[in-house]
Ligand binder design. Structure first.
Ligand code: ZN
Length: 277
């Protein structure tokens, strides 16, 4: 333990400023970690309190704007994001004209898997579809935390497993199940990720998400609306009857959800969304 006088002589003014800044950041992190209501992301909520307190000083709350690119294909990933609200799409190139959605990310998700896997680039683009907010961390800070905190690394590797299961199941779903079932799966997943029952999306985007023409989505949506499960508005969809939508969906939805449930339910944390443990 050093006295104030010893500290003044031991450290340069720049060092003292840096230490003061780190101390303020740690205090702010501890305050946020102590107030769990400020954290909606399922992965952060699954962290043990002491670990969360260690991680929070490195996170910055940022808005997510519609069409914002969180990482671009084949360029270095500069930041990772723990999504709090909103939806983002992981897009893969289909041809020179078109990119298709290969993953939908919301408040249970994390953007920045290349960092966890020890690489810096990805062939996928991640773009915000529904505006919201996220906790952002620089790739360098995240890499340092992953090296220092085994529990954080383990959590994010478990999340990698869940995303692998999702990718494989989507291949099965897209080749074997009807557009109506796939649409129900997508709507239920999106509903899990947003507050309330309204999802701000266009038919055009849903076409890209499901890999079909917009006209096909419009027809399938019309049938769900006639059955009273959803209501379509301009650039938005309202979920009216979730239980019936769950009756409509294929088993892929539950297969994917069960992997995500393992992350939060095994941790003993309260899930921040609709799926019960
Ligand atoms: Zn399916």
């Amino acid at each position: 333990m050093f006295s104030c006088t010893e500290e003044l002589t031991r450290y340069s003014p720049q060092d003292r400023l840096r230490r003061h800044s780190l101390s303020l950041r740690a205090e702010r992190g501890a305050r946020i970690a102590a107030d769990e209501s400020r954290i909606g992301n399922g992965l952060l909520r699954a962290l043990d309190g002491a670990v969360l307190e260690e991680v929070m000083p490195y996170l910055e709350r940022v808005p997510l704007k519609r069409r914002q690119v969180l990482h671009e294909r084949n360029l270095p990933v500069m930041y990772a994001y723990f999504i709090e609200q909103g939806l983002a799409s992981l897009m893969a190139r289909a041809d020179d004209q078109c990119m298709l959605e290969v993953g939908t990310l919301g408040r249970e998700d994390f953007v920045g898997l290349p960092v966890v896997l020890g690489t810096t680039r990805t062939p996928h683009r991640c773009v915000v579809q529904v505006p919201g907010e996220a906790w952002r961390i620089s790739a360098d800070d995240l890499q340092a935390l992953l090296n220092r905190i085994p529990a954080l690394r383990q959590l994010l590797l478990t999340y990698v497993q869940a995303t692998n299961v999702q990718s494989a199941q989507l291949v099965v779903c897209n080749s074997r199940h009807s557009l109506r079932q796939r649409l129900a799966r997508w709507l239920l997943f999106a509903h899990d990720q947003v507050e309330g029952n309204e999802i701000a999306l266009t038919h055009q985007f849903l076409g890209r998400a499901l890999g079909v023409r917009r006209a096909g989505v419009t027809t399938a949506m019309g049938r769900l609306e006639e059955a009273g499960m959803i209501l379509r508005g301009r650039g938005r969809i309202v979920i009216l009857d979730r239980a019936r939508l769950e009756g409509e969906v294929c088993d892929c939805y539950r297969a994917i959800r069960s992997e995500y449930k393992k992350i939060t339910c095994d941790s003993g944390s309260e899930p921040a969304y609709r799926i019960a443990c």
